[in-house]
Design a protein around this ligand. Structure first.
Ligand code: PLP
Length: 363
């Protein structure tokens, strides 16, 4: 039994109470049958050339990976028109989020983000012992960037902006983001998490590509997990000022980025035409689903990622059950709503039948 006042008395060893109180990260449900639309994954197979590249890397499994990732780093630097020290690559953008939090925020420091947003933000804030400052979304499920800027204090060390926002699929506009960056101190780290950027079709949306080298305190995060369909391999990257990325390099989990992920990312970047085609396909399906939902009477915010948000509120658990009865595994965010990924074409009929039933049920 522990006698440490910070550790619960039933706990066998002394540990950090804030970690013991933290729920572990919960993945979207798997689907033994039906359509798994709970994790914002890509329904397409890996792009041509990816499996061959991964297969070749598998022959070197007895070796540690080259975690410095020189080839994919150089390739991304070229794609983004920056130097290699302005690129950071890691085993998923989640890993990068944790690295930046560890590098920037400690005990007594604050991390500001919009809420509801990506579940990792509160979790990654607690890890280094910092304090979360969630700022409620607007009634139309968007970031309230004015309130987020107002929430910044001299203890704030990191602000995260997520566009499109997971799980509400709403965007921040270019103009909103510019005003926000003008309102926060330029020695405060801002992360623009654009995990779903490739699915955006609205020209007014903020776009990290246009912001490269614009601000001394901005890091843009992207991932190969969503549009590129490499979720299972774990690779994401950041673009930003070299000194900030250098600090985040020191907090990496050593050797966690595999060679498989690196070669698969390069092979995927070689197939940009096919990627564009797939992304356009998913974006078009998203529009069809959204329009049909509006016709059913849903007040669903216009989706910009590869997912749709149903603001089902207190009826969320029931809504999830109806989706399940229609062979759709969705993701519930109690007590706010349901997030549903745009998946296989064959799933659309079931999604719309379930949505219609839920609309009738909850009026
Ligand atoms: C907003 C957001 N950022 C980052 C990620 C993480 O992506 P990765 O697979 O690169 O860790 C996700 C994944 O769900 C996400 O929704």
């Amino acid at each position: 039994m522990s006698s440490d006042p910070g550790t619960p008395s039933h706990f066998p060893v002394k540990m950090r109470p804030e970690i013991l109180a933290l729920p572990a990260y919960k993945q979207g449900s798997a689907a033994p049958t039906g359509f798994k639309l709970s994790s914002n994954e890509n329904p397409f197979d890996p792009l041509p050339g990816v499996l061959e590249a991964v297969d070749a890397a598998t022959r070197q499994l007895h070796r540690y990976p080259n975690a410095a990732a020189p080839e994919i780093t150089a390739r991304l630097a070229k794609e983004w028109g920056v130097e290699t020290d302005e690129v950071i690559v890691a085993a998923g953008s989640v890993a990068l989020l944790v690295q930046f939090a560890l590098a920037a925020a400690g005990h007594g420091d604050e991390v500001v983000y919009s809420w509801r947003s990506f579940e990792v933000y509160p979790w990654m804030t607690v890890l280094p012992g910092a304090t979360a400052v969630p700022v409620p979304n607007t009634p139309d499920h968007r970031h309230d960037l004015v309130a987020m800027a107002a929430a910044v204090t001299d203890r704030t060390r990191l602000v995260i902006v997520n566009s499109p926002n997971n799980p509400t699929s709403t965007i921040v506009t270019k103009a909103e983001f510019e005003t926000f960056m003008g309102a926060v101190p330029d020695d405060l780290l801002v992360i623009l998490d654009e995990a779903y950027a490739e699915f955006i079709t609205d020209p007014d949306a903020v776009n990290g590509r246009e912001l490269v080298r614009r601000y001394p305190n901005l890091v843009i995060l992207r991932t190969f997990s969503k549009a590129y369909g490499l979720a299972g391999l774990r690779i994401g990257y950041g673009i930003g000022p070299a000194p900030i990325l250098g600090a985040a390099r020191t907090t990496i989990m050593p050797l966690s980025l595999t060679d498989h992920a690196q070669v698969a990312a390069i092979a995927s970047l070689d197939r940009s035409a096919e990627l564009q085609e797939r992304v356009a396909n998913i974006a078009a399906r998203r529009e069809v689903v959204w329009q049909a939902l509006l016709e059913q009477g849903w007040d669903v915010p216009r989706p910009h990622g590869n997912f749709v948000w149903f603001p089902t509120g207190e009826r969320t658990a029931e809504a999830l059950e109806v989706f399940r009865a229609h062979d759709i595994i969705a993701r519930a965010y109690l007590p706010d709503g349901v997030r549903l990924t745009i998946g296989e074409e064959e799933s659309v009929e079931n999604v719309l039948a379930a949505a219609e039933e839920i609309a009738r049920l909850i009026g």
